[in-house]
Every structure is written in C-alpha cells, then in structure tokens.
Design a protein around this ligand. Sequence first.
Ligand code: FMN
Length: 185
Amino acid sequence: MASINVLGICGSLRAKSFNRSALLAAAELMPAGMQMTVADYADVPLFNQDVQDKGFPEAVMRLAQQIREADALLIASPEYNFSISGVLKNAIDWLSRVPAPPFKDKPVAILSATMGPLGGARQQYELRKVLGSQDALVLVKPEVFIGQAQTKFDAEGKLTDAATRKAVTDQMLALERWIARVALK
Ligand SMILES: Cc1cc2nc3c(=O)[nH]c(=O)nc-3n(C[C@H](O)[C@H](O)[C@H](O)COP(=O)(O)O)c2cc1C
C-alpha cells in the first residue's frame, strides 16, 4: 500500500495546546500506511501587503511547500471568540496570496478541541467557508468536536477519553477514503 503523508496544522501556538495533543492522538490512531508531521509555522509574520510586495517571507513559502507536498492536511484548531484563531487565519491569508496556491484540490480534515462544551463547532464552520475560498476539499463527516478538552486529555497531553479516541479513529479512516476518492477525480 502506498504511503500517505499528512501535514498537521495546529491553530494554537501554546506549548500544551489541546489541539496539538489532538493532532498527536490522530497520528497515533491513523491507519497503517498513513503518517503525519506537524507543521511549525510560528515564525509566519502578520500579513501585510507591503511586506508581500517586497517578497514573500521564507516562513510562508516553507509552509506553502509543505502543504503542496502533503497528500492531505489535518487541521486542529481552537475556537477564539466564536471564530478561527488569528494565528491560523493569518497563515491562511498569506497562503492565499502565494503563486500556485497550495490548498487547491487538497484533501483536508478538520477537528477542534476547546475547553467550552461545543468543542469549537462555531469556528469549524467558519474554517470550512474560508478553506472553500481556497478550493480545498474538506471532508464533511465524521465531524470531531472535542468539548471540555481539559477532561479528555491527561497531564501529559495523551487523549484518554475512549469515545473521543473512537471518533478520531473513525475520522482518520474517513480521511484515508477521502484522499483516495479525491485522487480519482
Ligand atoms: C482569545 C481566546 C478566546 C477564546 N474563545 C473561546 C471560544 O469562543 N469558545 C471556546 O470554546 N473556547 C474559547 N477559548 C478557550 C479555549 O477553548 C481554550 O483556551 C483552549 O485550550 C485553546 O486551545 P489550545 O489548548 O489548543 O491552545 C478562548 C481562549 C482564548 C485564549
């Protein structure tokens, strides 16, 4: 079976981010033949058209190339004030401006963890809309919303909640099928 390379993108820069922990859980729960590396894009500057006009920052071009080379993306992001984290939206805004836009026709799965009860549902729908503007092909179901994340991960960041582990496992199987389906187009 061909190897499938997934790029994980976390919308939180926090060292003990639940969303980063969720990405690592997904990497562990992926079917055989799929693997994930997590992008480090903390050095992407705030978007500024004047900066772009002088040349794209190296951090933006690096992230764009990582996305192009990946077979699929898994985006895990918190909800900030009912919406997409500024860190993630800023990166997407930069990526929307580079030549050969990297999200086009890219299979993407989304999950989110928050300390509130809704698990980031509100931002997921905003993120779907934004990724749609980039012609990304976002997996519809199963959706994974990890609400009250502080009760579902242990102190080391391991996902301990059995129902959530099953939900993430099911989503990774669906992502594997989605990647194959998108490749047929
Ligand atoms: C600026 C800010 C805004 C937030 N807004 C929300 C929100 O709208 N909904 C929610 O469920 N949690 C909200 N939270 C709480 C986050 O769910 C919580 O901080 C979460 O742990 C962030 O994800 P992380 O662990 O991956 O960093 C907010 C946190 C911050 C810092």
